[in-house]
Design a protein around this ligand. Structure first.
Ligand SMILES: NC(=O)c1ccc[n+]([C@@H]2O[C@H](COP(=O)([O-])OP(=O)(O)OC[C@H]3O[C@@H](n4cnc5c(N)ncnc54)[C@H](O)[C@@H]3O)[C@@H](O)[C@H]2O)c1
Length: 257
């Protein structure tokens, strides 16, 4: 339990698939700090498991939102507004690419695979922010999840590196646009964590091993460490921070070799 008080705040969490999802770790810590939660799940297939996970969290609103559907985001925000009448925090923890685009030669990336990865993993933040901002009447904090492959080559990460570069650029443009409304937009650049999504990346095991060997702290990170930084970014403790990409990577990204 951390002594940051988010009571009275409402947080919308996108990207919970199961108990290993980074979004779930963040949702739990925000709830422990007193925030009320709305949690969205991608589709009917995930509803039951998300329902089960969220059952112990009092007053939580569950919503379906497939970000590839233009109508889903505004409908989700409407439901949040009807239930809570406000929104303070949004956590965007969503990414997707076809398995064949997460390995092999990057030069083999096809147009449709490129489009899909960019659409789900990068574009989706824009309509979410567009529809969330009007509900953030008392300012707000928007957070997304990125990876160091936006700047450096991680073989296997391929198109997702391109998508993360776009996402980080969006964070800066959105932060510049919304700053006057006291709405902050930031990203956490997390080190490798075992989740449904990461396990699909070819070479993920090597990525984790090398991270442990070469990072200054000589270990991998935990879900809880990402969640704690998210708590800071979603609370008033970070009131002067916007447009930032904050690494939670035991220092891996500072190393030359
Ligand atoms: N796990 C890692 O090593 C790691 C490291 C750095 C950054 N990240 C990022 O963290 C975020 C969360 O990933 P995770 O590792 O927790 O894996 P995850 O598989 O648990 O989460 C990914 C989420 O994206 C959702 N999603 C995919 N397509 C969607 C769509 N069309 N509409 C709505 N939701 C959709 C999935 O349902 C899932 O909940 C991603 O942006 C990922 O790139 C992960």
């Amino acid at each position: 339990m951390y002594t940051i008080d988010l009571s009275g705040k409402v947080a919308l969490i996108l990207g919970v698939a199961n108990h290993r999802s980074i979004a779930w770790a963040i949702g739990q810590i925000l709830h422990q700090a007193g925030a009320k939660l709305a949690i969205s799940y991608q589709n009917e297939r995930l509803k039951e498991s998300v329902d089960e996970l969220a059952a112990p969290l009092k007053d939580t609103l569950l919503l379906e939102c497939d970000v590839s559907r233009d109508d889903h985001v505004p409908l989700m925000m409407k439901a949040v507004a009807e239930r809570f009448r406000r929104l303070d925090i949004v956590v965007h923890s969503i990414a997707f690419a076809n398995r064949e685009d997460l390995g092999g030669k990057f030069s083999e990336t096809g147009r449709e695979g490129f489009r899909l990865a960019m659409d789900i993993s990068a574009y989706s933040l824009i309509p979410i922010v567009r529809h969330a901002a009007p509900l953030m009447t008392d300012g707000g904090s928007i957070l997304t999840l990125t990876f160091h492959a936006s700047e450096r080559v991680f073989p296997g990460y391929n198109i997702m590196g391109t998508a993360k570069a776009a996402l980080e650029n969006e964070v800066r443009q959105l932060a510049a646009e919304l700053g006057e409304k006291n709405i902050r937009v930031n990203a956490i650049s997390a080190g490798p964590l075992d989740t449904l999504s990461s396990r699909v990346i070819s070479g993920y095991r090597d990525m984790k091993r090398i991270h442990q060997e070469r990072s200054p702290m000589k270990r991998n990170i935990s879900h809880e460490e990402v969640a704690k930084t998210a708590l800071y970014l979603c609370s008033d403790l970070s009131s002067g921070v916007t447009g930032a990409v904050i690494p939670v990577d035991t220092g891996y990204s500072i190393m030359g070799i």
